[in-house]
Design a protein around this ligand. Structure first.
Ligand SMILES: [Zn+2]
Length: 509
């Protein structure tokens, strides 16, 4: 049953979610997440409601890291040029994006200072000082800081920005390669738990050689899907090996008194995790928030008008409910403002409040109140006793989370298009017929174009070797997300028939 107030059209003035780009920029200010009118390109201002949501999301991440042996630290924003430039491959990847501080007051600085684009070169010189013996290892630290990147492409709030305001970066150092490899798996598990708590679906892939983090041996990434079928990278994990340790001379003495380089990993998540919650769950009426990260979990709306003779009775019952929910540690708001009920529904639906409780004069007589769940806009009655309401609120919030997660994963899986079976058969028939030609033939281009067309619907999963993956990227502008991190099926490349792993390809943000 759908709430009659909400049946039919989208919220007034909000573009439909199908027009994702417009919907996204509109919802950010309508729901009071961020204000983009600050006079610097590619940065934005967090508003109180958005900031609360961001804090709730990051407190999940912090607790997952704290509970798995990580310690929070805070390193300076400024990195001397001399340190930033030390690791050749690393700086090649970042040089074009660095903001520089070159003056202090009236004086030119002797050593220009970079605003951190990421903190390897800030943290690793200190690890050189901190690590002496195997007893100092492992080190697992993280910080949540702002980082700056001179983004030259079209910027988009929380997704592609010049100031990433909440970059959670973890850095670890280990005595052995096996320990560092194990940490990569631990990090993947932590991130899975994090995105599960947000009910955000993902795939985990190992990025191709050409798309690794600058200076890393391996990069593993999480991607989710936006409603328009484009993917968004939401987390990365890097195996650094001893590459940075050699550059920054980070060594330790092992049990036998030998000096060795540490083995390192690093992994990060930015406020794209907030963008993912907004984009994955939102609908034509506004935000839809998983209860755990909703700044307001329950809104109580009294259905009364100023001349109602039972107005005071209704308001006092609503206050009792509010106090009882508050005592039960549920984030609750009683909206007793002068606006009409319809305007209140609109406002709180826009902000994604998971559950609305309506109480009117008739409800006092029947001893019931009305619950409306935001994710499906369904209505049902609950006995109007504080005990029953509190119990039912808890139950309902838990159910909302489960249903949101299941719905999000179902939509996600529906947008993964597996071509592994059908094109493998087609291409092996073709390659038998055209064995003579070794170059990329016209029919190979057809296969690549076909895959390019399929990508309009989401992520394409296909057997393809890295070389043909690169050709696909060049021909269609698609991104090669990579091979699945868990388990590797083997097959024949749909283009050149060489044995290879499955590849995920998509259009990306
Ligand atoms: Zn191939």
């Amino acid at each position: 049953m759908t709430s009659d107030v909400n049946a039919g059209a989208a919220a007034k003035g909000l573009p439909r979610r199908d027009d994702f780009s417009d919907w996204y920029s509109e919802i950010l200010w309508r729901a009071e997440i961020v204000d983009t009118r600050y006079p610097v390109k590619g940065v934005c201002v967090w508003q109180p409601f958005g900031f609360k949501m961001r804090s709730l999301i990051y407190s999940i991440l912090r607790s997952l890291l704290d509970d798995s042996g990580h310690e929070e630290v805070l390193f300076p924003l400024l990195i001397p040029r001399s340190e930033l430039m030390k690791e050749e491959e690393h700086i090649k990847g970042f040089e074009g994006e660095v903001f520089w501080v070159t003056r202090g007051g009236y004086e030119e600085l002797d050593v220009p200072l970079a605003l951190r684009p990421t903190s390897e070169t800030a943290i690793y010189p200190m690890l050189n000082l901190w690590i002496r013996s195997h007893r100092d290892l492992p080190i697992r630290i993280y910080q949540v800081v702002n980082v700056f990147r001179y983004e030259t492409k079209h910027t988009r709030p929380l997704i592609r920005v010049r100031e990433i305001t909440s970059f959670k970066e973890a850095h670890t150092a280990h005595a052995s390669r096996e320990d560092a490899e194990e940490q990569v798996h631990v990090a993947v598990e932590i991130y899975k738990r994090f995105f599960d708590r947000l009910a955000v679906p993902y795939i985990v892939t190992e990025r191709p050689e050409w798309d690794k983090f600058p200076g890393a041996e391996r990069t593993i990434a999480f991607d989710t899907l936006m409603p328009d079928g484009r993917t968004m990278q939401i987390a990365t994990i890097h195996m650094l090996g001893d590459k940075f340790a050699r550059t920054f001379d980070i060594t330790f003495e092992d049990c036998d008194g030998n000096r060795k380089f540490v083995q390192q990993t690093c992994y990060g998540i930015s406020e794209r995790c907030v963008a993912a919650v907004i984009a994955v769950h939102g609908d034509d009426h506004g935000l839809v928030l998983p209860p755990e990260v909703a700044p307001v979990q329950v809104v109580i709306v009294p259905i009364v008008f100023s001349r109602d003779e039972m107005r005071d009775d209704v308001l006092s019952v609503c206050s009792e409910l509010r106090d009882a929910l508050d005592d039960a540690n549920i984030r609750v708001v009683l909206d007793d403002s002068d606006e009409r009920p319809g305007a209140k529904f609109y406002k709180w639906e826009m902000k994604g409040v998971p559950l609305r409780i309506e109480v009117g004069p008739r409800d006092l007589k029947t001893g019931k109140c009305v619950f409306v769940t935001r994710h499906d806009l369904n209505k049902f009655h609950v006995n109007l006793s504080t005990e029953e309401v509190v119990g039912m609120v808890r139950k309902t919030l838990a159910r909302i989370y489960e249903e949101m997660k299941a719905n999000a994963w179902r939509r996600f899986n529906d947008m993964i298009i597996s071509l592994s079976a059908e094109t493998t058969a087609a291409s092996s028939a073709e390659s038998d017929a055209s064995d003579a030609s070794s170059d990329t033939s016209a029919s190979d281009e057809d296969v690549l174009s076909l895959i390019g067309a399929k990508m309009r619907g989401g992520i394409v999963n296909v057997f393809m070797c890295p070389k043909c993956g690169k050709a696909l990227k060049e021909l269609t502008g698609a991104s090669v997300l990579g091979t699945p991190f868990d388990g590797r099926k083997k097959g024949k490349c749909v283009v050149c028939s060489q044995e290879c792993a499955e590849l995920y390809v998509a259009r990306t943000y």
